[in-house]
Design a protein around this ligand. Structure first.
Ligand SMILES: Nc1ncnc2c1ncn2[C@@H]1O[C@H](COP(=O)(O)OP(=O)(O)OP(=O)(O)O)[C@@H](O)[C@H]1O
Ligand SMILES: [Mg+2]
Length: 411
């Protein structure tokens, strides 16, 4: 097949999903393959069973490559979980050239200076994303290369992950028979698939409410400013229903998808639903409002905890474009409206875009991460100068080879 092939692999708590994208010579990206397999080897976004993860990765990628009619060799893979931490750090260097022209190397040194943090041995930097550059006292510079100055400063958003969690992802992918091109923070990937440039510059909060985690990424002035993770998602709603209605998990999931809502007003008091019993017990009929009383408080809790994280970032009042929710659980009826109330922000549901091809099959918030990983991958290939150098962690180098930072164009 002509054109470049890029594969995004989203190792989620409920499903492992691969999206294969073909990049034509004119730069257009078309989805050519999708594969998905249920995920049983993760808890709260983190791989806890390699064998189960390996087989689901194999199944998802094989399905996607069969549909695309290509051989997948390597993938861009996502990482999440509440081991993820992020901080903003500053780096400063003197400009080396005699004529004071700032070079690519100066930029790289400044970013490396910002990355020189005292990290515990079990943590590693996965992203170092430049937010803004300051040349002498002039701030707000997006690309300083070619400018003149004596002193170059950079503000960098640094994301770190637990080394073992990252290694388990890499190991699962490698055992399935594929190389890892790069590990990308999942909400960053999702943001590429669902946000617009103007939202990013006005200020927007992206919240990916998945099965096991709810991931936050906040943007302002075109750049990522904050990332964090809440270890709750749609799976917790399902478990609550299973316990509350005494029904098997798969039935609870079905009931949630069919009748679940966070909106008490939308439920008629006479509405009732059938609940299958556990272990051969007879099914029962319950009022749908009982279901709402289980589902709504849990979603309120998830939204309240994400609100706390956003408040802590001290960026909430800058979110002029409001918030975008994505991830499978964003589809729960009434969630966007509830989020608007709790966050006091306008909220829309984000579905993947910026792609052609089999778009109908990926137009669902649960594919935002996988599509975003492909978009990241496309940019990674295209980028002539991937900013900043590799991470030096020895443990990391064993498995990964190298890392690069995000591209200024995106963040
Ligand atoms: N229409 C729907 N209504 C309510 N919930 C839904 C709907 N569709 C999907 N979900 C829920 O979304 C969750 C899965 O979302 P998603 O696929 O984004 O998660 P994941 O990527 O596997 O997990 P994570 O990102 O947390 O690791 C499940 O809990 C599922 O029940
Ligand atoms: Mg996910």
């Amino acid at each position: 097949m002509e054109g470049k092939i890029i594969t995004g692999l989203d190792i989620g708590t409920t499903k492992i999903c691969a999206v294969v994208v073909k990049e034509d010579y004119d730069g257009t990206l078309n989805v050519v393959g999708i594969g998905s397999a249920p995920s049983y080897g993760l808890r709260k976004g983190v791989v806890v069973n390699i064998d189960k993860t390996v087989s689901a990765v194999k199944q998802a990628v094989e399905e996607a490559q069969t549909m695309a009619g290509v051989e997948v060799e390597s993938v861009f893979v996502g990482i999440a979980g509440d081991h993820i931490r992020s901080i903003n750090s500053k780096g400063m260097v003197g400009v080396t050239r005699d004529d004071h022209e700032i070079t690519e190397e100066d930029v790289e040194r400044a970013i490396n200076a910002a990355k020189a943090l005292a990290l515990p041995i079990d943590r590693e930097i996965i992203h170092a994303i430049p937010q803004e550059f300051i040349v002498d006292d002039q701030d707000g510079i997006h690309d300083p290369v070619g400018m003149c100055g004596v002193r170059l400063e950079v503000e960098v958003h640094i994301v770190t992950a637990a080394v073992t969690s990252a290694q388990n992802i890499v190991r699962s992918v490698q055992r399935a028979g594929y190389d890892v091109e790069e590990i990308i923070l999942e909400p960053l990937a999702s943001s590429l698939a669902v946000l617009n440039d103007d939202e990013r510059s006005l200020g927007v909060a992206l919240v990916d409410i998945g099965g096991g985690t709810s991931d936050i990424a906040m943007f302002f002035d075109g750049h990522i400013q904050h990332t964090s993770v809440v270890a709750l998602g749609g799976q917790h709603l399902t478990s609550d229903i299973a316990i509350g209605l005494r029904t098997p998990q798969d039935m609870a999931e079905e009931i949630k998808l069919k009748y679940g809502t966070t909106s008490r007003e939308s439920v008629n008091s006479s509405e009732s639903i059938m609940v299958p019993g556990v272990g051969g017990r007879a099914p029962r009929t319950i009022s749908r409002s009982v279901l709402v009383d289980i589902v709504a408080p849990r979603m309120e809790e998830i939204l309240a905890l994400t609100y706390q994280k956003m408040q802590k970032s001290e960026l909430l009042e800058l979110m002029a474009a409001g918030a975008v929710i994505t991830g499978g659980a964003a589809l729960l009826d009434g969630t966007a409206e509830l989020a608007e109330k709790i966050w006091e922000l306008p909220v829309r549901i984000g579905v993947p875009k910026h792609l052609g091809g089999l778009t109908a099959s990926v137009k669902n918030p649960k594919y935002s991460t996988a599509v975003g990983l492909c978009l990241y991958g496309a940019e990674y290939h295209n980028s002539e100068r991937v900013l900043a150098a590799h991470t030096e962690g020895a443990l990391w180098d064993d498995v990964m080879g190298s890392f690069s930072t995000f591209f200024k164009r995106f963040f």
